[in-house]
Design a protein around this ligand. Structure first.
Ligand SMILES: Cc1cc2nc3c(=O)[nH]c(=O)nc-3n(C[C@H](O)[C@H](O)[C@H](O)COP(=O)(O)OP(=O)(O)OC[C@H]3O[C@@H](n4cnc5c(N)ncnc54)[C@H](O)[C@@H]3O)c2cc1C
Length: 422
């Protein structure tokens, strides 16, 4: 299975041209850029098969990218990193859609502006992509867990056949973030790079759920965990968004929460807790809500009054009972204020392994503009392992793939410029 450039522990061999470690979307894009330039590429991954997280993303419809204007798109990536922005400008969402189309997978823009394959699946796209990569000579080596470098700068792998060392002129690391470890991206590379002197910011959960301070009552958890808050709005600081999220056994998660996850996580780290305001009726004004709440209800119960006049029921009623005293529930001004701006305090993000993605990673200062490690010439980094985060909406895949392409092209330039001889 091994090609040129690979040796058993202790041996020597002619160097490979390019090694890509990590066969997620970023690594595969890097491999493609290298192969398109005529470079011989070997891709290594710890898992038995490629692109496991990419395939999982397909279960949710595979939101490949976003159709909003590029100027807006690049503001979604944080922190602002000029080389990541440059990578996205060089491989735009439009270019990504054309790339998928060329693989026989046309895309469409959903009502939210998000872009999906027409069949909403990841497997056909990945199959076609792998076929094209293999046809262009890319060789895959699965069950190769990267363990760092040896003293000679050779890549060290653990494989089912024992330890293996690989000498490669250029190397692209695309090892992913730190969530969903069972799919391969377990963040175990962090201490390896740190030991090699590379600055890495700690991986942290992003696009994640949160635990509410003090937890929900057992009654609320039992009856409402798993149920959605639909058509609500969240306000944090001066930011307000409409959308939906779900109550979990310990707190909240879902797209609206993910959209605020970076700010919530940072506020919790700073202040120990973060409080957002929940608007249960975002399409009605405060005055309107107060008028309806205060409307005489005769012999009707409060529940049927609020259901009849404002359509409040189910989980929306339950959270009011959960959070307000009995007295406040029967005081029109307080109840109306709570319906429009119910404070929900969050104590902690959920563990990173449950998150959609991770923040933190290889520090931008450690990289040059071509995504090459300044202190390890010839080693490039790409994808979620870099220090950035973005909300859900296709930004994660899009920027991972764009950075993979940029790293691959950087590696091609290094080979072409004769910076390395092979
Ligand atoms: C449930 C879920 C749904 C998602 N849906 C979407 C979506 O719809 N749209 C979107 O934009 N994003 C989505 N994402 C996020 C997106 O999948 C990731 O951001 C993207 O896969 C990151 O690509 P990557 O190539 O950098 O890393 P990964 O895809 O994580 O790939 C990293 C690869 O490196 C390998 N690896 C790690 N360590 C080693 C090692 N030491 N040795 C060898 N190999 C190693 C892993 O096995 C893995 O194959 C979703 C994520 C999750 C969890």
């Amino acid at each position: 299975m091994e090609g040129e450039g690979s040796v058993g522990a202790g041996g020597t061999a002619q160097a490979q041209q390019a090694a890509v470690i990590g066969a997620g979307p970023a690594g595969l894009m890097a491999a493609e850029a290298l192969a398109q330039a005529g470079v011989s590429v070997h891709v290594y991954d710890a898992m038995p098969s490629v692109g496991r997280k990419f395939l999982l993303a397909g279960r949710g419809g595979l939101n490949l990218t976003h159709s909003e204007p590029l100027e807006r798109f690049v503001t979604r990536l944080r922190p602002k990193a000029p080389s990541l922005e440059a990578a996205v400008r060089a491989f735009t969402p439009e270019a990504l859609r054309a790339w998928a189309e060329a693989l026989g997978v046309p895309t469409f823009v959903g009502t939210s502006g998000r872009v999906f394959p027409v069949d909403m699946k990841a497997a056909p796209l990945l199959r076609a992509w792998l076929h094209r990569l293999r046809a262009s000579g890319v060789q895959f080596h699965m069950r190769h867990r990267w363990r760092g470098w040896d003293d000679a700068g050779h890549l060290r792998f653990d494989t089912p056949a024992g330890p293996r060392s690989v000498d490669s002129a250029v190397q692209v690391l695309a090892l992913g973030g730190g969530s969903w470890a069972r799919l391969g991206s377990d963040g175990a590379w962090v201490p390896l790079l740190q030991a090699a002197g590379v600055a890495v910011h700690p991986l942290q959960p992003s696009n994640c759920g949160f635990d509410v301070a003090g937890g929900w009552t057992p009654l609320f958890t039992e009856r409402f965990a798993g149920q959605p808050f639909k058509s609500v709005a969240m306000t944090l600081g001066d930011q307000r968004r409409k959308g939906e999220f779900v109550a979990t056994t310990t707190g909240v998660e879902g797209s609206l929460v993910y959209a605020f996850s970076a700010d919530l996580r940072e506020a919790i780290a700073r202040e120990g807790q973060a409080t957002f305001l929940l608007d249960l009726l975002p399409d009605r004004s405060e005055a309107d809500v107060l008028r309806e709440v205060a409307h005489p209800r005769g012999s009707r119960s409060l529940s049927s009054h609020l259901k009849g006049r404002l359509g409040l029921e189910g989980i929306k009623m339950a959270i009011l009972h959960e959070r307000l005293t009995r007295e406040a529930m029967h005081q029109s001004a307080q109840l109306a204020a709570a319906i429009k701006a119910l404070p929900i305090a969050l104590a902690a993000p959920r563990p990173i392994d449950e998150a959609i993605s991770s923040a933190g990673g290889v520090a931008w200062d450690a990289l040059d503009a071509s995504l090459m490690l300044r202190d390890r010439p010839g080693v490039f980094c790409a994808g979620e392992m870099l220090d950035w985060e973005a909300p859900t909406g296709g930004y994660l895949l899009s920027a991972s793939m764009a950075s993979g392409r940029a790293a691959g092209e950087g590696a091609v330039r290094r080979l072409c410029n004769g910076a390395v001889t092979i």
